[in-house]
Design a protein around this ligand. Structure first.
Ligand code: ASP
Length: 321
């Protein structure tokens, strides 16, 4: 299905992983605000692309998530943010990576999509593009992230946190991966879907490491012939399973959004068993049905459907282990 009058729907996530009680309220409030902002765009006849970008930008500004302000620090105590967006109507996509101080990485991803012939621009080139388009800057480092960095570094020094043995790391210290990437998927009144994802990447990552979030097909995918998906969790898993596209393939083959995300989480469990319990997925199909599933302890997410005009938020969805 491609065109036609649809009732708008939005689903957002604020990341998989473990949500500590001290931060849960801020997370839930943040995803609700994001869902509301995105839905307002749709309600005023805005496009699915604008809805997911505005929703993600809200979460990038919150400070409660690992995206934009409040992003995780890499091993050199620096932030390298990344984001992507995809338009299911045209299959156009944009992504940006290795960003140091762009206030809203998702807005730069949209600029890459709309104003360049490319899909993915990183580092200095991306920073230059942001300058040309006068994107706002903001230092993304927060006190909370500095605290986490010191805790994680101490664990690393004491041999309890070793890169690049990610499997061992997560098994022994799941608390080190407080994954709070953000994402959104939407269906607009024209029947178009879109997805966007933004992150600081996982803590203590190597400089230059790129995760799934800016990679089209891995962390983000949208196609009017199937639906839209945004992923969160250990990026290397989503990359190796091309997870967001896999979810869309399931929907294209007739699965509902919920069936599709569940199948994809089962795929993760089957193909990358046990050690990595950290993936989360949200999706919307072209009929406006929504899906959310994870194998992580939590998934902070929210949605608004035509039946529920106010955002519904939770720290878990369907858990599959
Ligand atoms: N997927 C992100 C990454 O690996 C992390 C996250 O979802 O929080 O960079």
């Amino acid at each position: 299905m491609t065109e036609g009058k649809r009732k708008p729907v939005i689903v957002v996530h604020g990341g998989a992983g473990r949500w500590h009680p001290e931060r849960s309220q801020a997370g839930l409030e943040g995803v609700k605000r994001a869902a509301k902002t995105g839905f307002d765009v749709l309600a005023h006849d805005g496009s699915a692309v604008d809805a997911v970008v505005e929703a993600v930008a809200v979460m990038e500004d919150e400070g409660a998530f690992n995206a934009g302000y409040g992003s995780s620090l890499n091993i050199e105590k620096k932030v390298e943010m990344e984001a992507s967006v995809m338009d299911g109507k045209t299959l156009e996509a944009g992504a940006a990576g290795l960003l140091r101080d762009i206030k809203n990485p998702v807005r730069l991803a949209k600029i890459v999509m709309e104003k360049t012939d490319h899909v993915f621009v990183v580092g200095e080139g991306a920073e230059k593009l942001a300058e040309i388009f006068n994107l706002e800057r903001r230092k993304p480092v927060t006190e909370l992230r500095l605290k986490y960095y010191e805790q994680q570094k101490e664990a690393l020094i004491n041999g309890r946190f070793e890169l690049p043995k990610l499997a061992e790391l997560v098994k022994v210290h799941p608390e080190l991966f407080e994954l709070e990437t953000v994402g959104a998927v939407a269906l607009d009144k024209g029947g178009n879907v879109a997805a966007a994802t933004s992150t600081g990447g996982f803590p203590l990552k190597l400089p230059g490491r790129i995760g799934d979030s800016p990679l089209i097909g891995c962390g983000t995918y949208a196609d009017n012939q199937s639906g839209a998906c945004s992923a969160t969790g250990i990026g290397e898993i989503a990359i190796r399973l091309v997870l967001a596209k896999t979810v869309c393939n399931y929907m294209e083959n007739g699965k509902t959004a919920q069936e599709a995300v569940e199948l994809a989480i089962r795929l993760v469990n089957r193909r990358m068993p046990a050690v990595y319990n950290s993936m989360g997925l949200i999706a919307v199909d072209t009929y406006g049905r929504i899906g959310a599933a994870h194998n992580s302890q939590n998934l902070c997410w929210a949605y608004i459907t035509p039946e529920k005009r106010e955002p519904v938020a939770a720290l878990t969805a369907k858990i599959l282990r």
